[in-house]
Design a binder for this molecule. Structure first.
Ligand SMILES: [Zn+2]
Length: 421
């Protein structure tokens, strides 16, 4: 089946930046309604992380001195834009952000001039010393009150135990497109390592690079580390409509379409609900919600009452809508697109082999299969290895069938009538 349990559409609730009310306010609502979510967390902001934000490279004094004689150019831009966050000075990270924004919009000249301006002010002694990165972090999180709690690894472990996915959103939320390769690596590899060590390998499947980057160079590095990125998912069989796209997902004729929608504080409830309705109009839409702040904390926060109403609306549709983590939906659709089903009909049993060509360690999500059965089989058992399931018998225009979950690349699935005399 196109989606798990034969549903019409999928939805993933994803959160960026790990602000505290995502866990204290949104999560309990989701748990109550049985809706799993995916949380992309900034690991450098979690107390007890092994890897702190840092610059990887030459001593920064050397770099600063060099800027006096050699103007910024496209060869030295990335090193300088990486280092300027970590000069031990208060506020220089803003030049990293300006250069990063320019780079993301394809404006190299503007990126270069932002970096030149920043270093000139550094050489002029215009910044005061500051060795912490709190200001940069809280700026990214759009939080003015620096006494607000940050999420801890212990709490994240509980969240993971409840069936939610945690993923990396880097160490300190840089514009990756303007970092040099050593620092892209540090932000990606070390953030991944902290998640791996604290939460285990199932939370290193998907990740999100900050600011929704789709920069080619960044994507190449990131795809070496992660099987899936919310930023981009290049498949011929998947159309991607990102948060800024105004294309109508129901116009996509592709096998799947990933439709990302970002919630903002002023997004009307009716609009948010219409995303769910639109996703259910066809059978190929995967709605990926991108949520930031919650109940007054974080960028563009939604309120508790909005989330209660909206998640309740989604939960009411779960007969047709498969709500699952980003990882689970990714695994499902990739497995299905690479799967082979071989069905052998015998007199008193049907055997089915389900295989796929993907790495079995990464891709072991059960797929929902539909198998037509003889009309006289009114009750049926489905057995795969030691697992035995009764499956509901249903009918459509083609005939009588059962829907059931099967693990790929495992034992042959045996279907047989329960009421055989
Ligand atoms: Zn972010």
């Amino acid at each position: 089946m196109k989606w798990k349990d034969g549903k019409r559409a999928a939805a993933s609730l994803t959160y960026d930046d790990s602000t505290i009310n995502q866990f204290r306010v949104a999560l309990p609502i989701m748990n109550q309604l049985n809706l799993p979510g995916t949380f992309y967390v900034i690991t450098g902001a979690i107390p007890g992380s092994q890897y702190e934000p840092t610059f990887v490279g030459r001593p920064v004094d050397e770099i600063i001195a060099e800027t006096a004689d050699i103007p910024t150019n496209k060869e030295n831009l990335f090193e300088r834009a990486s280092a300027i966050r970590f000069l031990g000075l208060d506020g220089t990270y803003q030049y990293h952000n300006r250069a990063g924004q320019a780079m993301e919009s394809g404006n190299l000249e503007e990126a270069i001039s932002a970096i030149d301006e920043g270093y000139q002010r550094v050489r002029n002694g215009e910044f005061v010393p500051d060795t912490t990165y709190d200001e940069e972090l809280y700026d990214v999180l759009a939080i003015e009150d620096m006494n607000v709690d940050l999420i801890t690894w212990d709490e994240l472990q509980e969240v993971a135990n409840q069936g939610h996915e945690i993923g990396s959103h880097t160490i300190l939320h840089p514009y990756l497109a303007v970092l040099d390769s050593a620092n892209i690596h540090h932000e990606l590899v070390k953030s991944r390592e902290d998640i791996l060590n604290h939460l285990g390998p199932e939370h290193t499947f998907s990740a999100e690079g900050p600011f929704g980057t789709e920069n080619e160079r960044v994507m190449e590095y990131a795809y070496e580390l992660y099987p899936a990125l919310r930023n981009r998912m290049p498949h011929s069989w998947l159309d991607e409509l990102n948060r800024s796209s105004d294309e109508d997902p129901t116009q996509s004729q592709n096998e799947y379409v990933q439709w990302q929608r970002g919630t903002l504080s002023d997004t009307p409830m009716e609009t948010m609900k219409s995303w769910v309705d639109t996703s259910l109009e066809k059978d190929n839409i995967w709605l990926v919600l991108v949520i930031h702040g919650v109940e007054g904390i974080g960028w563009e926060p939604l309120t508790e009452s909005e989330l209660t109403e909206y998640f309740g609306y989604m939960a009411d549709k779960t007969d047709d809508l498969w709500v699952a983590t980003f990882k689970d939906v990714t695994q499902y659709i990739r497995e299905r697109m690479n799967a082979d089903v071989e069905t052998n009909y015998d007199n008193d049993r049907i055997s089915v082999n389900l295989t796929h060509s993907l790495d079995p360690h990464l891709y072991n999500h059960p797929l929902t299969l539909k198998t037509y059965i003889p009309t006289e089989w009114s009750s049926i058992s489905v057995r795969q290895g030691d697992a035995m399931n009764e499956a509901e018998v249903m009918k459509d225009d083609t005939g009588t069938y059962v829907l059931y979950d099967a693990v790929p690349n495992a034992e042959t699935i045996e279907l047989s009538p329960e009421n055989v005399d």
